[in-house]
Write a protein that binds this ligand. Structure first.
Ligand code: ADE
Ligand code: ZN
Length: 341
């Protein structure tokens, strides 16, 4: 594929986003505006100084800054504006469906009520349907560095809003917080009707991926790039067609891979894994899905067929009904026909 015309092709390609933390879409400009409005003091004096601080050497060094940024979010309107800004960008990149993580504990721990968070996010998601034609699902993540009891209390707090939440997930500091810590919380979540996903194999070993599957019954693995260290695990992921929501720019920013050229995305694809490309925390990692796909294409020599497979996988790996998936895949196929050659 030539570089010419690649950017509009990738940008306009119909696709789904399955791994984006809404708090990780908080761009420095909006962070500043909200902090000013809410009179929250910031450590960095300018937008530029803030952006310059986005240099990370591992997941934890990022999370420290990420949680600091959430302090600017206080009112329902703040959560609405945060989500709306993401949806506007998603629309520009022809994201047709988004499954969005939120971290309620990052807010309830600061005294912001659960219902303030979810009402703001939900209102934006509802308004995006007629405005942008973007459908969505919400995934509530538990912070794995906090206790299982705290996760269980969060689960209980979510139950009145169950109809607005499709799934639960597990994020934050991976190393030292293996999946087994949350077995009971996930069992209770499944009993309440939630689907399940989990971050695993980002910094943590393949064993955490096995446990996310076997103990938490995760239907998708978020990241999962360390699966390649265990051939039996790869075999299982292929056989059971368990999707991996891979985030290439995130992995480089957090030093999971030294450079995008070293990333294993192309190998994962060639092994027949159901891989998708996602943005994780785009305000912090230098790009949304288009930028992730474009940079990966250039670094790894992805073919036009690879890009198609990634977009198709994003619909097939989603929690949409088979009918809705098929409608979006048909749209993707029509797009490919119209952009043949
Ligand atoms: N929270 C936000 N981004 C995350 C990531 N990449 N891994 C774990 N937790 C996160
Ligand atoms: Zn993530």
């Amino acid at each position: 594929m030539t570089a010419h015309g690649l950017e509009p092709f990738i940008r306009d390609l119909p696709k789904a986003e399955l791994h984006v933390h809404i708090e990780g879409t908080l761009e420095p400009e909006l962070l500043y505006e909200l902090a000013r409005r809410n009179r929250v003091p910031l450590r960095f004096r300018t937008v530029e100084a803030l952006r310059a601080a986005y240099q990370f050497h591992n997941l934890q060094s990022f999370l420290d800054i990420y949680y600091e940024g959430t302090r600017a979010l206080l009112s329902e309107q703040d959560f609405f504006e945060l989500t709306w800004a993401y949806l506007e960008r998603a629309a520009q990149q022809n994201i047709r469906h988004a499954e969005i993580f939120f971290d309620p504990q990052a807010h309830t721990e600061r005294g912001v009520p659960f219902n303030t968070v979810i009402r703001g996010i939900h209102r934006a998601l509802e308004e995006a349907i007629p405005r942008f034609g973007i459908s969505s699902k919400l995934i509530m993540c538990f912070l794995r560095h906090l206790s299982a009891d705290a996760a269980m209390r969060t689960l209980e707090a979510s139950l009145p809003f169950k109809d607005w939440i499709a799934a639960v997930g597990l994020d934050s500091s991976e190393l030292g917080h293996p999946p087994e810590k949350f077995v009971e919380v996930f069992a209770r979540a499944r009993a309440a009707g939630y689907l399940t996903v989990a971050h695993a194999g980002e910094e943590g070993p393949p064993d955490y991926i096995w446990k996310a599957l076997d103990l938490l019954k995760a239907l998708r693995i978020d990241h999962g790039v360390r699966c390649l260290e265990d051939p039996a695990l790869v075999q299982r992921l292929v056989r059971e067609r368990i999707p991996l929501t891979v985030c290439p720019l995130s992995n480089v920013k957090l030093c999971v891979f030294k450079s995008l050229e070293d990333h294993n995305l192309k190998t994962l694809l060639d092994l027949g894994l159901c891989v998708t490309v996602n943005s994780d925390d785009p305000a912090y990692f230098g790009g949304y899905i288009t930028e992730n796909l474009l940079a990966s294409q250039q670094a790894l020599g992805l073919t036009r067929h690879d890009i198609y497979t990634l977009a198709r996988n994003s619909f097939e790996a989603s929690f949409l009904s088979i009918d809705k998936q098929q409608r979006l895949i048909d749209e993707l196929d029509r797009f490919m026909d119209a952009h043949a050659g």
